[in-house]
Each structure stands twice: as structure tokens, then as C-alpha cells.
Design a protein around this ligand. Structure first.
Ligand SMILES: Cc1cc2nc3c(=O)[nH]c(=O)nc-3n(C[C@H](O)[C@H](O)[C@H](O)COP(=O)(O)OP(=O)(O)OC[C@H]3O[C@@H](n4cnc5c(N)ncnc54)[C@H](O)[C@@H]3O)c2cc1C
Length: 385
């Protein structure tokens, strides 16, 4: 089977790696170098955790992905996943965290319910007045996202995939390169630069999908910020775990790779065109500092080292999109990461590869077209109360 994949983010590059290592013919196209910061997969780090409330599919998918990321590390020699552990701050006995605990326990995934006072041992300072408990996932952690995408692409190429640099548009069941034939030559690709044909053509174009396929892929593209604070050596990771405050829509990590303590306000930001320049970050600093004063008091006045902007591409119910085009036999669409897709890349790729070969159909909830709003698999996104 020959597969053309447009988009080398975590979804497209994972699929390229999965198919190529199985000996299949793959052409992987991207308008940028893999790992470019304009793609949603382009940041330095992304959390990997199995907790997904009561949802069995995503819980199992994250666990499977963890094993596949380890396989990629073994193949590539790159250290991509750092299991710093993750703390979920539960404000209620019956919320997302309790559901996650039940779902993970049922699947044999390690997790531990801590009294808030025990939770204080995990961080140099922790405000616990509002906490019912802390759910700790010891095998959760961080993926070095940009490096992971580059490793996926490199390994796909090592297994025989051809990488083409260019911007493609759908034309019937084909992908037509609309720019950068010269770049394709420059990067050593030998394919026909005009028209790419395969038994399957996969469009894994992140925030650009809506522009390519309109209402079949109704994604909301938003601007999100990541802030990095100088907390000093006490906040280094490993040592300090990652965290998610699901109900308060905040998440982050300790200081990994000297980037600073990462803290992000996860409420949906303003709309941002996929081709627009990423704006300067900083608008969320006041609300993040308010949160720090409450949850991590020692960081309340920590200097801001850096801020980054990036894009979410959100489906209405935060489920992914992975489905065949309703009118085009060979065309498939994969995306809708909805702020929680990175970690699942290789596991979603396994599912898609199986479906391409005529195996298990993709889950109905990954289907195309309009969807009703649903509970978020990221955070509640409702902001600090
Ligand atoms: C701030 C932030 C924090 C996040 N935190 C987490 C987290 O902690 N854990 C987690 O699991 N997930 C997280 N996510 C979500 C995750 O990063 C995304 O779900 C995932 O990266 C989406 O990957 P993708 O492959 O669908 O899209 P992308 O990475 O955007 O890849 C799409 C690719 O397609 C290419 N492309 C588009 N159109 C064309 C075209 N016409 N021709 C050629 N190439 C094209 C683009 O250049 C791009 O490289 C976060 C996202 C953001 C923004």
C-alpha cells in the first residue's frame, strides 16, 4: 500500500513512522520543517498522562502511546519522554480526578490518591486549602514535543519514507503541491512534485484542516499562551512533577531543560488564523500570577523568563477527528487534537493504519461534520473561580 500523508505534526509523522516501519510505501509532505513552532506540535514540551476522566478509550490510548514513544526512543536513540510524574488537584470527591482514578485502576495503570497534606511533599510550596485530594500519576510526565516530531520523521525516513517540503491542496483523491517544488528537490525528495497519488491520501494538517475541508472539519483555531517562570533550583524537573488543575483550567510542569517552571491558563483564547504570525505572549500573566499565589505561593513573584504563543485546533467535543472522506474513496482526514492530542500520536496512528488496511473501523466519535459540545479532555477551560 502506498500512502501520502500531508502534515508532519504528531499525527501525520506518527502515521508515517508506523506505516514505514511496517514496510509500507510512504510519502510525507509538510510546508515547514518538522517541529516548526508554527505547527501545533512544535513546542518544547507536552504532558503525557493517562487520566481522561471516565473515558476508557483515551485512557488506554495514552497508555499504549507511552509504550510506543519508548519504542521510538529505543529506535532513534533520543531521550523524548521524561516521567516526572503528574499531580491532579481535585477540588471535589466526585469530579474528573475521581473518575480518572477509577478508569486508570480498572486498566492497571499506576495512580495514587494522596491526602492534600501528603501532596505538599511533591512541590516546594503548595496551597491546599481548596483541595479534597491529589491524584498522583507516577508514570506520567513530559514529551519533548519538537524533538519527538523530528525523531518520528527521521525514523520514518530511515524506514524508507520520502519527505517532501511543500504546501499541498486536495484535488479529488490526490494531493497537489502548490508551492516549493524547488524545496522538495533541495531536501532530496525524488517524487513528482506536482501531483501525489497513493492508495490513501491522509490530510493531517492540524489547524489548517478547516481551511482545506470547510464544514466537514469544523475546528475552532485559538491562540494559547505558555508562561515560563524562574523558580530557581528547587523547582527543577525531574524532582518537581507536572500538574493539572482541571476545574481551574491551569496546568504546567516544573523546570525541565532549564526552560523555567511552565504554567498555562487553558481557557480558550481568541481566534487566530492558522497562517497569522504568532503574537507576543503575556496577556495571561495576571491570571496566572493570581493562580500561582493561590496554588504555588513561593512562585507568586517569580520572574517571568519567557512567554510563548501557540494554536489550539478545537473540535466541539474535544474528540479527535479520524475518518474517511464521505465522497472520496482514498481521502482520509486526521486531526482535531483539541489541546490534548500530542501524547496520543503513535497510538492514534496505529488505529488509523489498521483502518487503512481494512481492519477495525475508526471510532464513530472521530467522525467528520458538526458535533454537539462535550466535556473537555484537556481541562474544564472555564477559568479561575
Ligand atoms: C499550548 C499547547 C499546549 C498543549 N499541551 C498538550 C499537552 O500537554 N499534551 C498533549 O498531549 N497535547 C497538548 N497539546 C495539543 C497537541 O500539541 C496537539 O493536539 C497536536 O500537536 C496536534 O498535532 P497535529 O499533527 O494534528 O497538528 P500540527 O502539529 O499542527 O501538524 C500539522 C502539520 O500540517 C502541516 N500542514 C498544514 N497544512 C498543510 C498543507 N496544505 N500542505 C503541507 N503541509 C501542511 C503543518 O505545517 C503542520 O506541520 C497542546 C497544544 C498547544 C497549542
Amino acid at each position: 500500500m502506498k500512502t501520502v500523508i500531508v502534515g508532519a505534526g504528531t499525527f501525520g509523522a506518527s502515521l508515517a513512522w508506523t506505516l514505514a516501519r511496517a514496510g509500507e510505501e510512504v510519502v510525507l509532505v509538510d510546508q515547514f520543517e518538522p517541529g516548526d513552532t508554527r505547527a501545533t506540535s512544535g513546542g518544547e514540551s507536552r504532558l503525557i498522562r493517562c487520566a481522561h476522566g471516565a473515558d476508557e478509550l483515551y485512557t488506554a490510548s495514552a497508555r499504549r502511546a507511552r509504550a510506543l514513544w519508548r519504542e521510538l526512543e529505543a529506535e532513534s536513540g533520543a531521550e523524548l519522554m521524561v516521567e516526572i510524574g503528574m499531580a491532579w488537584f481535585a477540588q471535589r470527591e466526585d469530579g474528573w480526578e475521581a473518575e480518572s482514578e477509577r478508569a486508570m485502576t480498572a486498566q492497571g495503570i499506576p495512580c495514587e490518591r494522596l491526602d492534600p497534606r501528603e501532596g505538599t511533599k511533591l512541590f516546594p510550596s503548595l496551597g491546599i486549602d481548596d483541595l479534597a485530594f491529589v491524584l498522583f500519576e507516577p508514570e506520567a510526565g513530559v514529551l519533548r514535543a519538537q524533538r519527538a516530531v523530528q525523531a518520528l520523521t527521521r525514523q520514518a525516513v530511515a524506514h524508507g519514507a520520502r519527505l517532501v517540503r511543500g504546501r499541498a491542496t486536495p484535488e479529488g483523491d490526490h494531493a497537489v503541491l502548490t508551492a516549493s517544488a524547488a524545496a522538495a528537490v533541495a531536501c532530496g525528495a525524488l517524487v513528482d512534485c506536482e501531483r501525489l497519488e497513493g492508495d490513501a491520501v491522509i490530510w493531517a494538517c492540524g489547524p489548517w484542516l478547516n481551511r482545506l475541508f470547510g464544514e466537514l472539519v469544523p475546528l475552532k483555531v485559538t491562540q494559547q499562551e505558555l508562561l515560563f517562570f524562574d523558580g530557581g533550583p528547587a523547582w527543577r524537573s525531574p524532582g518537581t512533577p507536572g500538574f493539572v488543575d482541571y476545574d481551574l483550567a491551569m496546568y504546567g510542569t516544573g523546570d525541565l531543560d532549564d526552560l523555567g517552571v511552565k504554567v498555562a491558563f487553558d481557557k480558550e483564547g481568541p481566534a487566530l488564523d492558522p497562517d497569522a504570525e504568532l503574537p507576543r505572549a503575556g496577556a495571561t500573566e495576571p491570571i496566572v500570577r493570581e493562580y500561582l499565589a493561590r496554588r504555588f505561593p513561593a512562585l507568586a513573584d517569580a520572574p517571568l523568563k519567557e512567554g510563548r504563543c501557540c494554536r489550539y485546533e478545537l473540535s466541539a467535543d474535544s474528540n479527535f477527528i479520524a475518518a474517511r472522506h464521505p465522497e472520496l474513496e482514498r481521502t482520509w482526514i486526521v486531526g482535531g487534537g483539541s489541546g490534548h492530542g500530542f501524547k496520543h500520536g503513535p497510538a492514534l496512528a496505529e488505529r488509523v493504519a489498521d483502518a487503512l488496511r481494512g481492519g477495525t473501523p475508526l471510532p464513530e466519535r472521530f467522525g467528520l461534520g458538526a458535533r454537539a459540545a462535550g466535556r473537555s479532555f484537556r481541562t474544564a477551560g472555564s477559568g479561575v473561580r
